[in-house]
Ligand binder design. Structure first.
Ligand SMILES: C[S@@+](CC[C@H](N)C(=O)[O-])C[C@H]1O[C@@H](n2cnc3c(N)ncnc32)[C@H](O)[C@@H]1O
Ligand SMILES: [Zn+2]
Length: 368
């Protein structure tokens, strides 16, 4: 027996349960509660495992979950998920089958307003079935544990799965999250759905992203305008963006003439919904300080341009001693730029300052 949040579940041998993903489930609970409390949404957990996620959503998200389907290709997992739901007083239907088969069956007719995709590795093979079941306003919650692929350790796999080029080693976690969101937005557009990010989390070995899906060919086409490329100069850390799925990218760094590395196509729009984060912070409060701290950093980084300056790399270039993040942030603000920590890196700053100004301000702050 395992107790997590408001759920007490039994994990028979062979059924997947990873206690390390509790934090990810805590984040999901906070987001779904803030976004969908009282919605009684028809819900499907496409890869339910023990059922822990959907059971927690049903118990902890203030009536967000209505009719609930627990799907798992492993019959013993589907059985365990249903038994666990009953154990926790949650009414649920179990489907011991692949999500693809389920999505094509009469049980999925009518679609779902809350769809959970939490597979092993990449979620890409599940995306089209999930999007086919989405309706106007559906909340799609997606986990990706193929972090090494999205972060550029295996560029060929990234090209194959996401049709995108990653960036490595610079800012690889944010670029990975943007590649995942870009893939979801491009796939959603095929179904006349606009995928609007509610939150993009990078934590340990996984990404977790939440998108709200809006029906409409126009809205879907509009989201594609936010797809593009990031060009990054490894010499001077200059970065720039080019919008469009099939756009041109600059050949050389416009700041130093160096070689640029291009990443994309990826999502260049906002990563989080600031209003939703504010509600999540208010609802979480002091009861879960780690969650509240994460949401607060996300709210601060929300709306700042893509990428960040990793301070150890800056130190390396300037041959300077350790740089105080807060000192540099206030120097940037004094110079009229916005600056914030980022949840994508423990020691980095996101800022509106271009690389050239950023370095000038750091030099000045350190009297170099
Ligand atoms: C990472 S686990 C799910 C973990 C669970 N959501 C949790 O929070 O503990 C992935 C699950 O997907 C199931 N699975 C794998 N391929 C599947 C498919 N094609 N359709 C449905 N379930 C599948 C596996 O049996 C496994 O239980
Ligand atoms: Zn350059």
């Amino acid at each position: 027996m395992v107790t997590e949040g408001m759920a007490a579940i039994r994990i028979p041998a062979g059924v997947f349960y990873n206690p390390e993903m509790k934090f990810c489930r805590d984040v999901s609970v906070a987001l779904i509660r803030a976004a969908r409390a009282g919605a009684h949404a028809r819900t499907v957990d496409a890869t339910a495992g023990s059922g822990i996620r959907a059971i927690r959503y049903a118990r902890e998200c203030g009536g967000a979950v209505g009719d609930l389907w627990l799907v798992d290709i492993s019959p013993s997992s589907a059985r365990a998920a249903k038994a666990n739901a009953a154990r926790n007083g949650v009414r649920a239907f179990a489907a011991p089958t692949s999500f693809a088969r389920f999505a094509n069956s009469v049980r999925a007719k009518g679609g779902f307003q809350l769809i959970e995709l939490d597979p092993f590795g990449t979620p890409v093979p599940f995306l089209h079935d999930a999007l086919r079941l989405a309706r106007d306003g559906t909340l799609l919650s997606v986990t990706a544990t193929d972090t090494a692929v999205l972060c550029g350790a295996h560029p060929k796999a990234c090209l194959k799965n996401y049709q995108a080029k990653p960036l490595n080693p610079f800012c690889c976690h944010e670029v990975g999250a943007r590649i995942l969101l870009g893939k979801i937005a491009r796939a959603a557009a095929e179904f006349d759905l606009a995928a609007l990010p509610l939150m993009a989390l990078s934590h340990r070995h996984y990404f977790k992203v939440f998108v709200s899906l809006k029906k409409g060919a126009g809205a879907a086409a509009e989201t594609l305008r936010k797809i593009g490329f990031i060009s990054h100069c490894g010499t001077c850390l200059h970065r720039e963006t080019s919008f469009g799925v099939a756009c041109t990218t600059p050949a050389r760094c416009t700041a130093c003439g160096g070689t640029l590395e291009h990443a994309g196509p990826l999502w260049l729009g906002k990563l989080h919904d600031g209003g939703l984060l504010a509600r999540m912070i208010a609802e979480t409060g002091s009861s879960a300080p780690k969650l509240a701290a994460l949401f607060t950093v996300m709210r601060a980084e929300d709306g700042l341009p893509p990428l960040y300056f990793e301070l150890p790399r800056v130190t390396e270039r300037l041959r300077a001693g350790a740089l105080g993040r807060e000192t540099i942030a206030s120097a940037l603000e004094t110079a009229g730029f916005e600056a914030s920590r980022t949840h994508f890196h423990p020691n980095a700053l996101k800022t509106t300052a271009p690389a050239k100004d950023f370095f000038a301000i750091v030099r000045q702050a350190k009297a170099l």
